[in-house]
Structures are given as structure tokens and as C-alpha cells.
Design a protein around this ligand. Structure first.
Ligand code: S3P
Length: 204
């Protein structure tokens, strides 16, 4: 997050002034709460909720683990990048991305074009406790999933940071409280992006 400035509490803003914002986009590692918080955030903002993994599975008519089995990670990433491009011109929404969306370099400018990018960044132990019993994540089907989480996270932290406009650790509040706070941040962000009327030349 270049030019980041520390705000109050667990929130941190970047001073980046990107293209006109449209969507609210959640990025972050598996188990960071993108889907849970994202759907509540969408309700708070009165916007539809889009889960990218869900869209990818729908388009492929296959589950995410099956796509990984048949097309490998590379095939899944191609599908993910294509959906990301489609979303740039889609009606305004809250979008939950997959945790690995930042690993494809071409996706980083696309994320910026999507709008207000929020990085949900809970502590590593919280992430692991949330995902350790779930078998739906192909990248964690390894002999030592705890180590895999640690290695993937280490590789990805700088990528999330470079894509994010706001970083938030909301692991110590309820999903409802997190959504409330993030909705306020989104409103503030979009209001600050609003175009001011040109000053009249006749003004004194
Ligand atoms: C992935 C995260 C998953 C899903 C796929 C790959 C990753 O999404 O896109 O299994 O590379 O981190 P969630 O972050 O929603 O679990």
C-alpha cells in the first residue's frame, strides 16, 4: 500500500488516488472473512453481493476443487482473471475475490480499476483456525497445511498491500460490526471521490 497512512484503530488508508471508484472489493487470504463480511457489507450498502469463486464455479459448471483437478491452478487463474475483467463493467456491487487473485500480476491494475479495495488481514493463527477443518481449498491439501498457510501468506502479504486502499483487521469484532465499520469507510471513500462542481468564474 504505497503512501499508506495510519488511521484510528485497526484501519489503515492509502493516499492513492486511482480511477473513479465503483465497486467495493474485498481481498485477503483464505479464511480472512471476505464472504461472510462481504455479504453483510453489501446489505449495509444496499448493493448486490458477488462472490468471484461462486461465479467461476457457475461459469465452469464445476466446483473449485474440480477445476483445480482438471485444469490445474493455471487454468483456475485464467478463469479468475477473465471474471475479474468482466466485473470491471458490471453493475456496482460488493465483490469478494478469491485469496489468490493478487498472485497474477495483470490482476493488480484490474483490482484498482474495480474500485474501493479493502484488504481483510486477520492474524495468521486466526486464518488457520478458520480454515483448518475445511477441505474445499485445493492449495491446502498438502502434508502440512499449517506450513502451507504460512508460506503462501508470506509470499502474498506484499501483493495484498500493493492492491489495497484500506487494510483492516476485523477479527476482534463480530462480522456485523465489521460490516458496519467498513460500510462507513466505503461511504467516506466514495464521497471523497465525488466530483466537485467547477467554481463559477464570476465568483468573487
Ligand atoms: C485460493 C482461494 C480460494 C479459491 C481457490 C484458491 C487461493 O478462495 O479461490 O481455492 O489461492 O488463495 P477463498 O479465498 O475464498 O478461500
Amino acid at each position: 500500500m504505497p503512501g499508506a497512512s495510519r488511521g484510528e484503530g485497526a484501519f489503515m488508508y492509502s493516499k492513492d488516488s486511482g480511477p473513479p471508484a465503483q465497486h467495493v472489493v474485498l481481498i485477503g487470504f483464505m479464511g480472512s472473512g471476505k464472504t461472510t463480511v462481504g455479504s453483510l457489507l453489501a446489505r449495509q450498502l444496499g448493493l448486490p453481493f458477488v462472490d468471484m469463486d461462486h461465479l467461476i464455479a457457475q461459469q465452469a459448471r464445476q466446483s473449485i476443487p474440480r477445476i483445480f483437478e482438471e485444469e490445474g491452478e493455471a487454468g483456475f487463474r485464467r478463469r479468475e482473471s477473465a471474471v475479474l475483467t468482466e466485473l470491471i463493467t458490471a453493475p456496482r456491487a460488493v465483490i469478494a475475490t478469491g485469496g489468490g487473485v493478487v498472485t497474477v500480476p495483470d490482476n493488480l491494475p484490474k483490482l484498482k480499476d474495480l474500485g474501493f479495495v479493502i484488504w481483510l488481514n486477520p492474524p495468521e493463527d486466526v486464518i488457520y483456525s478458520r480454515i483448518c477443518r475445511n477441505q474445499d481449498r485445493p492449495l491446502l491439501r498438502t502434508p502440512n497445511p499449517r506450513l502451507t498457510v504460512s508460506e503462501l501468506l508470506t509470499r502474498r502479504l506484499a501483493l495484498y498491500a500493493s492492491a489495497a486502499i484500506l487494510e483492516a483487521d476485523v477479527s476482534e469484532v463480530t462480522p456485523e460490526e465489521a460490516a458496519y465499520g467498513l460500510a462507513e469507510s466505503a461511504r467516506f471513500y466514495f464521497a471523497s471521490k465525488a466530483v466537485c462542481p467547477k467554481p463559477s468564474s464570476a465568483s468573487t
